[in-house]
Design a protein around this ligand. Structure first.
Ligand SMILES: Nc1nc2c(ncn2[C@@H]2O[C@H](COP(=O)(O)OP(=O)(O)OP(=O)(O)O)[C@@H](O)[C@H]2O)c(=O)[nH]1
Ligand SMILES: [Mg+2]
Length: 605
């Protein structure tokens, strides 16, 4: 299939434009380095390829290097029909440095090129206008003004793409500017002539940055924002979680009233409703977390937070750019490990990737929520804005962060890991402050919930079903205690009994090595079969009524903070580090560390 390449400077709106043209929903956010791998979609009879952004053909970070390498490769391919180079109209000079370099490549390989002059809605808001026709004459290639946000000019862009792909030879760039120095000179000249003056575009930004990047005020704002972020996950998501829980409980009792008793009824109650239901409750929490992170990204704050964190993170052998993968690691480690591609220093990138699994991702939420509600009373402060359970959550997340920092510190000080690579400087372009763009944000939130269900749902269903079958059969007096599962459980019990956990918790922990959220589902199935009435609220009550000691509970929590129990993360680590040895060491190392923490907590508390 013939291809159209969509390239340009980071954070210039390529992916939003890609989504508008293909109808897909790739991630869009207001900081440089969101897209880290090539993504393809259909635009009429063509394949449209969204590239990671790059500032120049001479690259710094891994994602830029990938973009440039793939771009050079695609240039030589006969399947490449057109290059659409996206320019950020509010930062014309910077967009043109890469744009003119790409135009040079297009001329060399005889490919037509078209410039999409994006963000003209922002330009209009600043009472400015860019004469795109004159700009097109100066550049020697078509320039189409658009707004990927408001869709202004998108139809015109589509029409121009059609015209050019029909008669490509008429649109080949006629001349190229030459070396990097003359490109930068021309970019500055054109930027000054057509673009918006930095004093105007940066006026509001500078005022806000003065406050948010201030040495002490900036630090306090950062702490408050992070505290509210973590509070939101627990306190603010609670009403939504209650709604889902009530919905599932009513559905369960409605369906059970029709099923009567017997094998099918037991299966539906214990495996389906207790197993799957107990993890569905956490979908709203994950969506709230994605919403708050998305809000911070969209308004431009996250890039500032990365800058604030650069100094302290450097102390632990990391970079300011580690901040964004670390933060998104609290939603899911997989995209976070990929996001580490934007880290300029290979050593810091490696250390970041290896420590991301220590951050509390949303799969731990069900486990935390269950144990926190067992041990921590529901006390609220400040009219319900802050709760004791929320504070406990914050401490658990903090523990994950501290452990990640400590491990990074040790890796950077006492090992040679990744040391043979050249170190690169930390450079970060601060995006403009903007109001959030609601549609893509809502899409992301819905997607996060959907993906959690799609990814975890089938595994949980499978594991719950297997656990249920092993626990139900052979149909002998004594029920669960005489089941196959109990035999397996008792066999592995010696591993878990030093932690104060009986065989049922052992089975739940072992089954959660595939994915952590399976723990609650399996426990739901197991305790459901053991007399809980299949209702989800009952799970915490059931654990409490069995008299689990607080030291054991805290030990279990710490175990889940540290242990790397996620097949998908292990596979991703292997792919991104390219080393079996490193991946295996991380899995075993964190496993042993987690076990000893749990043991210590059980003995000491
Ligand atoms: N106001 C306005 N904002 C836009 C427009 N296009 C994109 N944005 C915003 O710009 C930010 C960056 O958009 P992305 O599509 O993620 O940019 P990208 O070029 O793909 O960025 P990387 O993947 O990091 O290279 C997001 O916050 C978008 O909502 C536009 O036309 N107008
Ligand atoms: Mg992108």
């Amino acid at each position: 299939m013939q291809r159209i390449l969509l390239v340009g400077k980071p954070n210039s709106g390529k992916t939003l434009l890609f989504n508008q043209l293909t109808g897909l929903k790739q991630k869009v956010a207001n900081f440089p380095g969101v897209t880290v791998e090539l993504k393809a979609g259909r635009l009429n009879e063509y394949e449209l390829v969204d590239f990671p952004g790059a500032y120049s053909l001479n690259t710094l970070s891994h994602d830029e290097a990938l973009a440039v390498e793939k771009l050079r490769e695609a240039m030589t391919s006969t399947e490449t029909s057109l290059i659409v180079c996206n320019l950020d109209a509010t930062r014309l000079e910077r967009s043109l440095v890469f744009g003119l370099q790409v135009q040079g490549l297009a001329q060399q390989y005889k490919k037509p090129i078209l410039f999409a002059l994006n963000m003209i809605d922002e330009i209009a808001r600043m009472s400015h206008h860019i004469d795109s026709e004159s700009l097109s004459e100066v550049l020697g290639s078509p320039v189409i003004p658009i707004s990927a946000k408001t869709r202004q000019g998108i139809e015109n862009l589509k029409k121009t793409i059609k015209t050019i792909t029909k008669l490509p030879n008429l649109y080949l760039p006629k001349h190229s500017v030459g070396d990097e120095k003359s490109i930068r000179k021309l970019a500055r000249k054109v930027g000054n002539q057509f673009g918006i003056q930095p004093e105007i575009s940066l006026r509001n930004q500078n005022a806000l940055d003065h406050f948010l990047l201030h040495n002490s005020i900036g630090g306090i704002v950062f702490m408050v924002v992070m505290f509210l972020l973590f509070q939101s996950i627990f306190t603010w998501a609670a009403p939504l979680m209650d709604a889902v829980e009530n919905g599932i409980t009513s559905l369960a009792s409605y369906i059970s009233s029709y099923l009567g008793t017997g094998l099918i009824a037991d299966f539906i109650n214990d495996a389906v409703f207790s197993g799957i239901g107990s993890f569905l409750v956490f979908v709203p929490q994950i969506m709230v977390l994605t919403f708050v992170i998305g809000l911070l990204e969209d308004c431009g704050y996250l890039a500032r937070a990365a800058l604030i964190c650069h100094r302290p993170l450097s102390y632990f052998g990391l970079s300011g750019r580690t901040f964004i993968p670390y933060l998104s690691g609290h939603a899911c480690a997989i995209p976070a490990i990929m996001a580490a591609r934007t880290i300029e220093s290979p050593r810091k990138r490696l250390i970041t990737m290896l420590t991301i699994p220590l951050l509390s991702c949303s799969a731990r939420l069900p486990v935390y929520a269950l144990l926190v509600s067992v041990f921590i009373p529901e006390v609220q402060y400040l009219n319900g804005i802050v709760s004791l359970q929320g504070i406990t959550f914050f401490c658990l997340y903090l523990f994950g962060i501290m452990t990640a920092l400590l491990v990074s510190f040790m890796l950077s000080r006492y090992t040679k890991i990744g040391k043979d690579n050249v170190d690169m400087p930390f450079i970060l372009e601060l995006p403009a402050y903007r109001l959030p763009h609601w549609k893509p944000l809502i899409n992301r939130v819905m997607n996060s919930g959907k993906q959690f269900i799609y990814r975890a749902g089938p595994i949980i269903f499978l594991v719950s079903t297997i656990v249920w079958i092993l626990g139900y059969f052979p149909l002998e007096p004594g029920g669960l205690e005489n089941s196959y599962l109990s035999k397996i459980g008792h066999f592995i019990e010696p591993v878990f009994s030093p932690l104060g956990l009986d065989w049922r918790y052992g089975v739940a922990i072992i089954s959660s090595f595939l994915a952590r959220e399976v723990f609650v589902g399996t426990l739901g199935t197991l305790l459901g079969m053991d007399g809980a009435d299949g209702d989800l609220v009952g799970l915490a009550d059931k654990v409490r009524s069995e008299g689990m000691e607080i030291g054991t509970g805290i030990g279990l929590l710490l175990f889940y903070v540290v242990a790397l129990q996620c097949v998908a993360t292990v596979a991703m680590l292997r792919a991104e580090t390219g080393s079996d040895k490193v991946t295996l060491s991380v899995v075993i190392g964190y496993g042993i560390f987690a076990y000893f923490l749990a043991l210590l907590a059980h003995i000491l508390i």
